[in-house]
Ligand binder design. Structure first.
Ligand code: SF4
Ligand code: SF4
Ligand code: SF4
Length: 238
């Protein structure tokens, strides 16, 4: 972790330093077609989503830090169907990247490592280009909850929806698994989603523990309001 700022400084000098010509504000980019839309009331904190996220990215030769994170959250009202099926589980919430239409992380990158997948519109980091300057991390408008409440108890010193990977010395963020046939691995593998699909857990049509709806302005507005958790550092930031 400690080498990153020096490497970033040298790399920034090599590309023209902090004065590199980049827009100063949001730019028009293709919107993401989908977005990860969590329902904390259904989450049992099993961490399958984090593990699968790590696995599929590692298999793709990418950083294996989990791009979605689960936090312990005593304020979560657990859905009765989950309480009945898993009496000892619940009171978690999920924090993914929100694939923002404004993509504040995108236009600050000095080397165009933060890109938009032409097919899905996913905002993703090209790890081969990333010079670890951390600007995207600073620019992300959604802070992450305190890692003291991270369900996996891992500490990345993360403070946004973008994570520094000290092993690969790159930053990583949710890319909606844009290269995968089956779409986002977390949505596919969440055991609550699986049981909802199987009809074992019965909830209103369309509800999932991790859904992947179209990223319409209305969906994103709802997601933004809900992901600025009461009492969390995200509140008031978006
Ligand atoms: S992806 Fe982020 S950390 Fe990497 S070069 Fe771009 S702004 Fe810097
Ligand atoms: S990394 Fe942050 S700013 Fe960028 S799309 Fe995700 S939530 Fe939005
Ligand atoms: S896989 Fe589903 S239930 Fe398990 S922690 Fe992730 S979102 Fe929650």
């Amino acid at each position: 972790m400690s080498a990153a700022p020096i490497v970033a400084f040298i790399a920034l000098e090599a590309i023209g330093g902090l004065g590199a010509s980049k827009p100063n504000g949001p730019i028009q980019v293709k919107g993401a077609e989908g977005v990860i839309y969590p329902d904390p009331t259904l989450c049992i904190g099993c961490l399958t989503c984090e593990v699968r996220c790590s696995q599929v990215h590692k298999a793709q030769g990418l950083s294996d830090v989990p791009r979605i994170r689960i936090f312990n959250d005593p304020a979560t009202k657990v859905d009765p169907v989950v309480q009945a099926a898993y009496p000892d589980r619940g009171k978690f919430h999920q924090e993914p990247c929100l694939q923002c239409p404004t993509a504040e992380c995108l236009y600050v990158c000095p080397v165009d490592a933060l890109q938009v997948d032409p097919k899905t519109g996913a905002r993703f980091i090209n790890e081969d280009k990333c010079v670890t300057c951390g600007r995207c991390n600073e620019a992300c408008i959604f802070p992450v909850s305190s890692e003291t409440t991270a369900t996996n108890q891992l500490v990345f010193n993360q403070h946004s929806r973008i994570t520094y990977d000290p092993d690969k010395d790159v930053f990583a963020k949710c890319d909606l698994c844009y290269w995968r046939e089956g779409g986002p691995a977390c949505v596919e593998s969440c055991p609550i989603n699986v049981r909802i699909r199987q009809g074992i857990i019965k909830v209103e049509s369309g509800r999932m523990c991790l859904a992947a709806p179209a990223s319409t302005p209305e969906t994103w507005d709802k997601l933004r309001a809900f992901q600025t958790f009461e009492g969390s550092p995200a509140q008031g930031k978006a």
